[in-house]
Write a protein that binds this ligand. Structure first.
Ligand code: GLU
Length: 588
């Protein structure tokens, strides 16, 4: 959620460098933004809306920027970051929520400080001012102020002499270094500065990065001691963050499904087997995720049950609190996550870790908190996913879960073969222009529906949930995924002419159960749109999908994601950035 960026160096104009960085962080979701640079004092330009070159800022070698996703105070220019100190000696930008901001604010007002914005951030600004007034150097003032904050916060401060201090106890903070440290970048993710740097460094929670008088150092916030933080070689230099020839990132990323499937098969077999052994030994296995990753976690648990014979349980991040006290040292948690920073999941993992449980994660973003917390850390290597709606990462997460379950079953090589074949199958589907335009036609029809029901069972249950999530998220159409067998327990009352039902049916042991539900809704006049290997007489519309055996559910994701995509396009929505929603939800 929202982003922080900073640049210092002689190679580029700071405002340009920061602007590009903010544009690359744009996918995280924001409502307003700002940039500040040093040139005979500090200059700030802020705006509500899309990041663009609207401010004329002076040439400079150092600057910071912010994209804001408002939590405290309206979306206005004045509330946008960075915020000035009263004497204009520094500016500050903030990610997260200072939970004790009100308490701090009342105390600071009593001491004579005045406030001009509605943000919680301003309490941090005034607190740093207060520390500076006690003649603390900037680094120590920021550290002292930061220690008084509660909640998950990450801040970046730029002083008028060009020093930068950034502190992390929440959303990510990463640093990138150009050749011979001639340029230093600060950001919320590595992709945003990847083309420009040779090395990267990820700060842990509780650490601060300081760039002072041309020298860079990391400190532990609690003790104030310098930390020898390990830099890593940047291997992401060539990662593209553009749409290529596609009209939207979402479509590009759906087309990357075959690539992400192959990436999953490239992971070392030993690594899968090592985690498979831990799964077999565990007392309980919990798969946990939020939003789309919540459906992926449930599908991973499904595969572990069906192929691994493990009674795995799936949890939604925000609904896991009642499990916390049940988690013990013999348990294992499995967390698929695009960002590796999802706050509600992280919180459960941190508690589980304290209670001695083991953690396995499957993350796409390098250097995330989840990866760092994990005993078994897997990376998706799927490249940046820019569309706020997750598509390729969902595919990659469930494919990884499938392989893991096959490793538990002792049939990993067969699983890998199946996935490689699946990649070819999906490639063929996506290359077939007639097929894709058939989906587009269906989407045009479906986008007229007020309510859409999705039916599925067994391997397809989470897949229809993924379809539902995408339709709600991107097309803003009300959709309701329902286990086929549960239909007759309630939703059958709504079936009548004019109602649209999407049914996903595969050649598996539960095929007839889903078909029965299809007949029931058809008999009541609903229009059934069937996604299946063969047509059925109860389908009003039909979309063929190849029978892909054990990986059929993975193939079925693609037409559902494309349907949602074309619905969003037909309804003229902002496909890559649906309203109100952020990509990685790093606040609770
Ligand atoms: N809580 C701060 C605000 O509302 C920062 C939000 C953010 O992370 O962008 O301004």
């Amino acid at each position: 959620m929202c982003g922080i960026f900073g640049y210092t160096g002689v190679k580029r104009d700071a405002a340009d460098a920061v602007l590009e960085g903010l544009q690359r962080l744009d996918y995280r979701g924001y409502d307003s933004w700002g940039i500040g640079v040093v040139h005979d004092g500090l200059h700030v330009g802020k705006k509500v809306g899309i990041v663009g070159k609207t401010q004329s800022l002076p040439k400079s070698s150092v600057g910071i920027g912010h994209t804001r996703w408002a939590t405290h105070g309206a979306v206005t220019e004045i509330n946008a970051h960075p915020h000035f100190s009263s004497d204009k000696s520094f500016i500050l930008a903030h990610n997260g929520i200072a939970e004790n901001a009100d308490v701090l604010k009342s105390a600071l007002i009593k001491e004579g400080y005045s406030f001009i914005t509605e943000t919680d951030t301003e309490s941090i600004v005034r607190l740093v001012e207060k520390k500076l007034s006690k003649r603390l150097p900037l680094k120590d003032a920021v550290r002292a102020a930061f220690k008084e904050l509660t909640g998950r916060n990450t801040i970046i401060v730029l002083a008028k002499n060009g020093d930068i201090v950034a502190a992390r106890n929440g959303s990510p903070l990463v640093v990138g270094f150009g050749a011979r440290d001639a340029e230093v970048y600060f950001s919320s993710d590595i992709f945003s500065f990847a083309p420009h740097v040779k090395e990267t460094l990820v700060l842990d929670n509780g650490q601060m990065a300081v760039y002072q008088a041309g020298a860079f150092a990391v400190y532990d916030i609690a003790s104030g001691k310098a930390v020898r933080a390990k830099r890593e070689k940047n291997l992401l230099k060539d990662v593209a963050v553009d749409k290529g020839s596609y009209p939207h990132f979402m479509l590009k990323e759906i087309h990357e499904a075959p690539f992400v499937l192959r990436q999953v098969t490239h992971e070392s077999e030993n690594k899968y087997r090592e985690l498979a052994r831990a799964i077999k030994k565990a007392r309980a296995v919990y798969c946990i995720g939020s939003g789309t990753a919540g459906a992926a976690a449930a599908q991973i648990a499904y595969y572990l049950r069906v192929y691994g014979g493990i009674p795995a349980i799936s949890l939604i991040g925000a609904e896991a609190s009642d499990y916390r006290d049940l988690i013990g040292p013999k348990d294992l948690l499995i967390a698929p996550s695009q960002s590796g920073e999802t706050a509600d999941v992280l919180e459960v993992l941190e508690i589980a870790k304290q209670r001695g449980a083991k953690i396995a994660s499957f993350v796409n973003m390098p250097g995330s908190m989840m990866t760092r917390l994990s005993d078994y850390a897997f990376m998706a290597h799927a490249g940046p996913e820019i569309c706020v709606m997750s598509t390729k990462i969902f595919v990659s997460q469930i494919a990884w879960g499938y392989l893991l379950a096959k490793a538990v079953e002792g049939t990993l090589p067969a699983g890998k073969r199946n996935l490689k074949q699946t990649a070819l199958t999906i490639e063929k589907m996506l290359r077939d222009k007639k097929y894709v335009s058939l989906i587009e036609d269906h989407a045009k029809r479906l986008s007229k529906s007020k309510d859409i029901f999705l039916l599925g069972k067994g391997q397809n249950l989470q897949i229809i949930k993924e379809g539902m999530v995408k339709m709600i998220e991107g097309a803003y159409v009300h959709a309701h995924a329902i286990a086929a067998g549960d239909l007759k327990h309630y939703a059958i009352t709504l079936m009548e002419p004019g109602v649209s039902v999407i049914a996903t049916i595969s050649n598996d042991t539960v095929k007839n159960d889903t078909l029965n539900a299809v007949h029931e809704v058809h008999a009541r006049g609903a229009s059934v749109f069937g996604i299946a290997p063969e047509p059925e007489k109860s389908f009003s519309h039909y979309l063929p999908v190849p029978d892909s055996g054990e990986t059929t559910a993975i193939v079925n994701v693609i037409p559902l994601q494309l349907l949602a995509y074309f619905m969003a396009v037909t309804l003229k929505h902002n496909v890559d950035k649906p309203r109100n929603i952020a990509k990685s939800v790093t606040v609770r």
